[in-house]
Design a protein around this ligand. Sequence first.
Ligand SMILES: NC(=O)c1ccc[n+]([C@@H]2O[C@H](COP(=O)([O-])OP(=O)(O)OC[C@H]3O[C@@H](n4cnc5c(N)ncnc54)[C@H](O)[C@@H]3O)[C@@H](O)[C@H]2O)c1
Length: 339
Amino acid sequence: MDGKLTLAFLGCGGIARAHWRGIRRVATDIAVTAVIDSDRNAVAAFAERTNAKAFQSLDQALAEGDFDAVDIMLPHDLHEEAALKCLDAGKHVVLEKPIAPDLATARRILDAGTSAEGVFMVAEQAQYWPDVLRAKELIDDGAIGDVLTARACFYDPLPTIDPEAPPWRFSLARAGGGISIDGGAHWIRPLRIMLGEIEEVVATTSRHIDAMEGESIAHALMRFDSGVTATFDALLHTGVVAPTEDFRITGTTGELVLEHGREGRLRLFTDAAPEGETVLESFPGKVDSYGAELADFASAVLNGTALAAAPDYAEGELRTALAMYRSVATRRWEKVWGR
Ligand SMILES: NC(=O)c1ccc[n+]([C@@H]2O[C@H](COP(=O)([O-])OP(=O)(O)OC[C@H]3O[C@@H](n4cnc5c(N)ncnc54)[C@H](O)[C@@H]3O)[C@@H](O)[C@H]2O)c1
């Protein structure tokens, strides 16, 4: 296929649309040659969109399809079986976050990925957000002095749902939790990139969406290995909310604000610029972060380059969310690592 990486989409739902857009716009070294979904309509729509061959089961696709890699975009409780099958079949695998709904399953997947000959990657597009990467450089360069504290605010709109048929992510057994284990990962990864590893968390969560078993509201205090503490607020909102920044990092001599949204700007406030200066207009880089992650995967397969983040690194977001859930039960600080 002209030196391109041939890829199968496994799961043709919401995130598959973003991955397809990323392949067309950025990861042009990828040719999608198979699309797989148990839902006849979903797979038919994707086959038409991509011109790829449609399959309604992974087994059939592995037996008959023509592809070297699989992009797994399935509900969390289906990640293990799919990842292990694909790795066993000698495919390169990129797996959407979170690795799995629980730590033991995640470990089995990561171990299988390590033993495999091919490339195994856990997809986390926040690893490629330009405002986060630039903020990390500025922090390391001392642009705001020593980091004192930070806050992360993840407000996500509730998509339209059919209350008679709630989505799989509303089931605790299928998703492993609510907003923190799911979209919250995209806010926890940047905190880890910018501030280092999280040592322990204390959290409260609540629910305000009847059909959703997991938490739709979460508040956590996170203490990093450096001793810095940050707050993490997450809300699946059902009504209008006012604009707020995604992240605010406060140092001894200044502050960085990562404004909300895919067009969000990175602003730096210092003595020299007390009204704030725009360091980066992150558009369109943030929009294209799915493409950047898939380009990273393709380059690792085609050129042997190192991934921006090793798959094990994604255990950090999962562990943080699970430690938050333990903290809700124990009403105490919970360690993120070491269990
Ligand atoms: N990185 C991000 O920004 C982001 C955003 C949304 C979802 N995700 C992740 O992507 C994954 C999928 O989420 P989604 O929102 O696209 O879900 P979705 O429900 O929109 O799509 C999942 C698809 O999988 C199909 N499916 C279910 N069981 C199957 C099976 N056994 N075989 C084949 N197909 C099957 C469904 O029919 C559906 O089309 C999850 O891991 C989720 O956390 C990531």
